[in-house]
Design a protein around this ligand. Structure first.
Ligand SMILES: Cc1cc2nc3c(=O)[nH]c(=O)nc-3n(C[C@H](O)[C@H](O)[C@H](O)COP(=O)(O)OP(=O)(O)OC[C@H]3O[C@@H](n4cnc5c(N)ncnc54)[C@H](O)[C@@H]3O)c2cc1C
Length: 411
């Protein structure tokens, strides 16, 4: 790798994307004590904690699942530029933003994450709902409030269709949402004078089992838990299309006014704006042993976008960010970085109140303790990025909001 930097000039590090990888890279580089200028370029004003977004749909506040960059601990001196990355001139070492601005860099980290993939299925993009951002999750929460208030005035046969929710995709996000939604929607129905027994939740999965990427024992436990909570599971059904009132899977038609698509993601389209970058057969950007582009030792890819063995997970993105923070700190002082080694990953998937699956290798644990483990991991993550006093303040506001008992006050 190219290593030397002139000591006379402060090195410019530009990190694009303020998600798990970007935030971890900034923290690690800042805390390394190495002198450099760090600029974060990102679309929004807040870091969004995707693993807890389902909680926003089912009653949490947006501030409980996202953090303004201005509140980040130890970010003094980090420049945050709101902007949309549209391209990079690798010869001139400048990135381009949608509003026409250009920013120079010595080292560039692209951590642009993923977006929803509808696989070109007819009607889905326009008609289905999603919760892959705070904005989408808030919209879904409002949608459920509207559904409930409309259902309150409908005859039973029409209310049943109105209160029918279809979740497409039996991966971790679909399973987590289905588990939490049963309790939430029934409580909401009671609060709004609707018969809770009219609420139906279906989970549709194209693979022969839900949580298909995890061991079979995990799928069996999750299925049993979801059925106990009252969720209907339909494996082996690939969605073929959606119109306003129904979803077709080829063999069946489901009538509903709420279809939630959790089944597909693809890396952010903005990654295609890197000239000369190639995609691996996993449809992620090919990187070398330092997570850099194979032909450019100054441009790094982190998180979902990088073609690494465990990409597509928050824990990998956080790990990648920390690795790149250390790598950049070494490069800036003229030292050779260590090659990247993929992380060991485990999964904790909450399914309804106080119950979760913990999967490590082929071993699966279920119940309250895994749920506690997940809550502790979420808490640990938040306290690592923001001051403890901020975490407690947000917790107090969330508790007050939920104690209001009205469930549908919009923020
Ligand atoms: C609903 C949901 C639940 C999930 N649950 C889990 C879970 O329980 N466990 C787990 O391990 N993983 C989970 N994941 C996956 C995990 O969130 C991702 O793997 C992780 O967020 C990837 O981190 P990243 O830094 O690569 O990208 P992200 O965290 O997505 O961050 C990307 C950032 O780039 C910004 N950006 C994108 N395009 C541009 C652009 N053109 N210009 C400027 N900025 C841009 C975005 O605004 C964002 O700030 C979940 C994902 C979702 C959607």
């Amino acid at each position: 790798m190219e290593i030397t930097e002139s000591a006379a000039k402060r090195v410019q590090v530009v990190i694009v994307g303020g998600g798990f990888a970007g935030v971890a890279a900034i923290r690690t580089l800042r805390f390394s004590g190495v002198s450099c200028d760090i600029t974060l370029v990102t679309k929004g004003e807040r870091f969004e904690y995707f693993p807890a977004l389902y909680k926003l749909v089912t009653g949490a506040l947006a501030i409980e699942v996202s953090v303004p960059y201005t509140k980040m601990k130890g970010w003094g001196g980090v420049k945050v530029e709101k902007g949309i990355f549209t391209g990079v001139d690798r010869d001139q070492r400048r990135i381009r933003l949608e509003d026409g601005r250009e920013l120079p860099y010595d080292y560039l980290v692209l951590a642009l994450g993923s977006e929803t993939n509808y696989f070109g299925i007819k009607g889905l993009a326009e008609l289905s709902l999603s919760f892959k951002s705070v904005k989408e999750a808030s919209r879904l929460k409002k949608h459920f409030c509207d559904v409930m208030s409309t259902a309150a005035g409908l005859p039973k046969n029409e209310a049943v269709v109105k209160l029918h929710t279809i979740i497409v995709g039996g991966g971790p996000s679909g399973v987590e949402l289905a588990g939490d939604l049963t309790h939430y929607l029934r409580s909401l129905a009671k609060t709004m004078g609707v018969d809770p027994s009219l609420v139906t939740i279906d989970l549709i999965e194209s693979a022969p089992r839900i949580l298909a990427a995890l061991p079979e024992a995990a799928s069996r436990s999750a299925e049993k838990r979801l059925r106990t909570l009252g969720v209907n599971i339909y494996p082996n059904r690939a969605v073929a299309g959606q119109d306003i009132f129904s979803v077709s899977t080829g063999s069946m038609n489901f009538q509903s006014s709420t279809v939630i698509w959790t089944a597909g993601t693809k890396i952010s389209d903005a990654f295609t704006a890197i000239p000369g970058a190639s995609l691996s057969d996993k449809r992620r950007v090919t990187v070398n042993e330092f997570l850099a582009l194979p032909d450019d030792s100054r441009v790094f890819i982190a998180g979902d976008g990088a073609s690494t063995p465990k990409s597509g997970l928050a824990q990998t993105a956080d790990y990648d960010g920390k690795y790149l923070g250390r790598t950049l700190a070494r490069l800036i002082v003229g030292k050779r970085p260590s090659p990247y080694k993929p992380p060991r990953v485990s999964f904790v998937i909450p399914v309804g109140n106080y119950w979760a699956l913990f999967v490590i290798g082929k071993r699966v644990f279920t119940g309250f303790l895994p749920w506690l483990l997940r809550s502790a991991a979420d808490f640990r993550y938040f306290t690592s990025i923001v001051p403890l006093s901020y975490v407690f303040d947000v917790y107090r506001q969330g508790r007050k909001y939920r104690q209001s008992q009205t469930y549908c006050p919009l923020e």
